[in-house]
Design a protein around this ligand. Structure first.
Ligand code: CTP
Length: 408
């Protein structure tokens, strides 16, 4: 699966560095060549000897190692690779990358390269959630760097939350997806997913039952065909897709902004169940019961329609815009009208009455509505639905120039 591919593995100084030994083994088992670079801090967690033994290669450690410079300069080191993988990507390494520092071998190699880069972040949950790290992550995503993980779970520091490095096999999958010379290689595709949460006050919100499972499956199916996927998700319960760039949002307004920031794109798939309205004046104070038992009343205002905005003609309109229509009655008629109203190219209509088990379930039964009419697909798993859709998208985009190439 990775036969002959060359991975430059930059190991950062975090407790998860030990997982890179297993990662190296798994990559080599699949035929990849692994060239390891260790930061000084990484050497506190794994020894160059064990990394070198598993990689079957010399470990590169020092920018000023003259032998290395004579044999292979740091520029050559990064250019010779098919992919640069940073694991664990510590908060410090991410900050260096986002700001263009080049003061050791790892950061210099990362600056000197035009090879794709994948990071596997790993750090304490508070460091991960710190605005500085989230800002750096957004900068790296805008630079085209994809991330795998971090996962949520118990952390070595005793806390719980997002920050654990993705497992070696997840990283292998993300590497394979990033390297896939599939029919969507070179295409950038946006996927929105999950519900949105619209605050009523600081402690209450309005939500819906979308799990985000179909969006995750679509993102992974597109990445498996080689697409560079920008995945923008509300607070979904489904696990996050592997091998894509993820932006987490809460409200429809935040999702609309994240989508606008992620353009241009060759295609966009709006799988999110975006709330149609938000509560006006959701303030900083909790709504309290009063002694007279007066019931609160909420005033709603309409949210931006992300799908309609993406579909509007203009230089940034993706070549293919796809929406979903979650309906409970007259599914095809409503979805057909929705396609025209929103101006998108395709609509995947599905019946979300509770008895269908679609919302929150593992299966879906969709009808593809396009200018050519309605094409009902058999009921199948969300993964199969996603693969069928990804293949159709690849066919459709097949002959077109990359939007991202056209614009940059
Ligand atoms: N959508 C969106 N932004 C919104 C609302 C919906 O991008 N503010 C997208 C969804 O991601 C989906 C499609 O529009 O792809 C249809 O969503 P749906 O909720 O079914 O449609 P509505 O616009 O709510 O229409 P209706 O009220 O008639 O069901």
């Amino acid at each position: 699966m990775l036969n002959g591919r060359k991975i430059l593995l930059i190991i950062g100084g975090g407790i998860a560095a030990y997982k890179c030994l297993e990662l190296t083994r798994e990559l080599r088992k699949r035929g990849a060549e692994v060239v390891p670079v260790l930061t000084r801090a990484a050497e506190e967690f794994v020894t160059p000897l064990s990394v070198s033994a598993l990689a079957g290669q010399k470990v590169f450690r020092d920018l000023f190692d003259l032998t290395d410079e004579a044999e292979m300069g740091h520029i050559e080191l990064s250019r010779a690779a098919d992919l640069l993988v940073v694991a664990p990507a510590t908060a410090d390494l991410m900050a260096k990358m986002a700001h263009g520092h080049a003061n050791d071998l790892a950061s210099t190699v990362l600056m000197a390269t035009d090879t794709p880069v994948l990071i596997a972040p790993s750090m304490n949950v508070r460091m991960w959630q710190h605005p500085a790290t989230q800002r750096n992550l957004a900068t790296l995503a805008a630079d085209g760097i994809t991330a795998v993980g971090p996962n949520e779970g118990d952390m070595a520091c005793g806390e719980y939350g997002p920050g654990r490095m993705a497992e070696p096999l997840e990283i292998v999958e993300a590497i394979a997806a990033r390297l896939a010379a599939g029919p969507l290689a070179g295409k950038r595709i946006l996927v929105t997913s999950g519900p949105t949460h619209e605050p009523i006050d600081p402690v209450r919100y309005i939500a819906n039952r979308s799990s985000g499972a179909q969006g995750t499956a679509i993102a992974e199916a597109l990445a498996a065909l080689g697409a560079e996927v920008r995945f923008i998700t509300g607070p979904a319960t489904a696990r996050r897709p592997v091998g894509v760039t993820i932006t987490e949002v809460e409200t429809a307004a935040e999702m609309a902004k994240a989508v606008a920031d992620a353009l241009p794109a060759d295609a966009a798939i709006c799988a999110a169940a975006v709330a149609d309205w938000h509560v006006v004046g959701a303030g900083a104070s909790k709504i309290k019961k009063d002694a007279k038992g007066t019931l609160p009343s909420l005033t709603f205002a309409e949210n931006p329609d992300i799908l309609a905005t993406l579909s509007a003609p203009g230089p940034n309109r993706p070549d293919l815009v796809i929406g979903f229509a979650a309906e409970t009655d007259d599914v095809i008629a409503h979805a057909t009208a929705k396609r025209t109203r929103k101006g998108c190219d395709w609509i995947l209509a599905n019946d979300v009455r509770p008895e269908t088990g679609v919302m929150g379930g593992t299966e879906n039964a969709v009808t593809l509505i396009s200018a050519e009419g309605a094409d009902p697909w058999p009921r199948m798993t969300k993964t199969q639905t996603a693969r069928k859709l990804a293949a159709l998208i690849a066919d459709q985009l097949g002959q077109q120039t990359n939007k991202t190439d056209k614009i940059q």
